[in-house]
Design a protein around this ligand. Structure first.
Ligand SMILES: [Zn+2]
Length: 92
């Protein structure tokens, strides 16, 4: 009787041990340490993709949020270039 009880306990402990091992392996597979973590944080550190616009005066590309908007949907890298463009082509 004692042997059967011991066997039962061993069986329960064995299954529990195997399950906990399997669970550990699964979580490691879902989130591998090291390179993948670094890649994720690097992607999060990058700002979201933004539309690039071209300065009508000097053809420099810059993010839309940093551009100076002109008439007719035109963009400029600075107020000086917008003014220069508008003095050269007043109707633009
Ligand atoms: Zn410019």
């Amino acid at each position: 009787m004692r042997n059967i009880l011991l066997l039962l306990v061993l069986l329960i402990v064995g299954t529990w041990w195997m399950r906990s091992n399997e669970r550990k392996r699964n979580t490691e597979r879902m989130r591998p340490p090291g390179a993948n973590d670094a890649r994720t944080t690097a992607r999060q550190a990058l700002p979201p993709a933004e539309r690039m616009v071209r300065c009508s005066e000097c053809d420099t590309y810059l993010p839309e949020s940093e551009a100076v908007a002109g008439a007719g949907g035109k963009h400029f890298c600075s107020g000086e270039h917008r003014d220069a463009y508008l003095t050269r082509e007043p109707r633009a």
